[in-house]
Design a binder for this molecule. Structure first.
Ligand SMILES: NC(=O)c1ccc[n+]([C@@H]2O[C@H](COP(=O)([O-])OP(=O)(O)OC[C@H]3O[C@@H](n4cnc5c(N)ncnc54)[C@H](OP(=O)(O)O)[C@@H]3O)[C@@H](O)[C@H]2O)c1
Length: 266
């Protein structure tokens, strides 16, 4: 495997790039690395505006695919369209949604949509793109966005933290299987990021940029890209988040869940 992933003048696909972390990752690929980006999300106008910005400011190629990743047919189409006219070298599976509240009040359809977006689409796209990388011997890289919530059972985000734990386990296991084929898998596990995700969930009053460990999307994106390029298998950005995940590996999970419940109780 090439030691570092080269993004310059190559295509990287980024899901969930219409806001927050994904948008800043796409910007950073273009601005700092001169890489081409293919961005994916549901909100067309945001993707169009982002592509226009990246082409005009940074002289890279930028394109978008409008897709709802909770729909299996859209997930298949993302792979087909992405690989039809270009060679993809990097894939960053970042799209995700959360639910904050009592688990018993989580609407069943909302749960299924979260599972399809956060987990099923990630497994499907990573399988398709990892095979594609292996067959083409392009030495590509994948990155999955998990969370510190993947290390800790988080009451009142019970299902969400479960999806992030899945990503952590699946990603680290997959990394071992495909590394011998020259393909890297990076699991990136940030703590709080000041984005629309916290606004939509109603959590932005509790977790603000500048509070303990909460990062801006721009700062978090620069950590994410460093980990991706260096083909790290697991990366937790920031000292506070690193300390939390270390504690999560040492302390009893019941104790952690109890302490976390106090922080998240609505
Ligand atoms: N914010 C945090 O505190 C935090 C902490 C740890 C980990 N994370 C993780 O970081 C990742 C990015 O989150 P963020 O904070 O940047 O949130 P965000 O600003 O809400 O961005 C989420 C992105 O995912 C896309 N998305 C959501 N559902 C989708 C669907 N069904 N199909 C296609 N795209 C979809 C959204 O685009 P459209 O709405 O346009 O489709 C948007 O671009 C997520 O995986 C999240 O779990 C966030």
């Amino acid at each position: 495997m090439n030691r570092m992933l080269e993004l310059r003048a190559r295509w990287t696909l980024v899901t969930g790039a219409s806001s927050g972390l994904g948008q800043e990752i796409a910007r950073s690929i273009a601005r700092e690395h001169g890489g081409n980006v293919l961005v994916v999300a549901r909100r067309r106008e945001r993707l169009e505006a982002l592509c226009e910005e990246l082409r005009s400011r940074h002289g890279v190629q930028a394109d978008f695919i409008v897709a709802d990743l909770s729909r299996p047919e859209d997930v298949e189409r993302v792979f087909t369209e992405a690989t039809r006219e270009r060679e993809i070298h990097g894939v960053i599976l970042n799209a995700g949604v959360t639910y904050w509240g009592e688990a018993l009040k989580l609407d069943w359809k909302e749960f299924q949509s979260m599972l399809d977006t956060n987990v099923t689409s990630l497994v499907r796209l990573s399988t398709l793109f990892a095979r594609y990388f292996v067959e083409r011997r392009v030495g590509g890289g994948l990155m999955f966005v998990s969370s510190v919530a993947g290390f800790i059972p988080v009451p009142y985000q019970a299902a969400y933290s479960g999806t992030k734990a899945f990503i952590l386990s699946y990603g680290q296991a997959l990394a071992q299987e495909v590394r011998r084929e020259g393909v890297s898998v990076t699991v990136f596990a940030p703590g709080g990021i000041s984005t629309e995700l916290l606004d939509k969930a109603g959590l932005s009053n509790r977790f603000k940029a500048g509070d303990m460990g909460v990062m801006s999307a721009e700062e978090c994106a620069s950590h994410a890209l460093r980990a991706f390029i260096h083909r790290k298998e697991l990366y937790v950005p920031g000292l506070i988040n690193q300390t939390l995940t270390l504690a999560a590996r040492l302390l009893p999970r019941g104790f952690l869940a109890q302490r976390t419940a106090a922080m998240y109780r609505p």
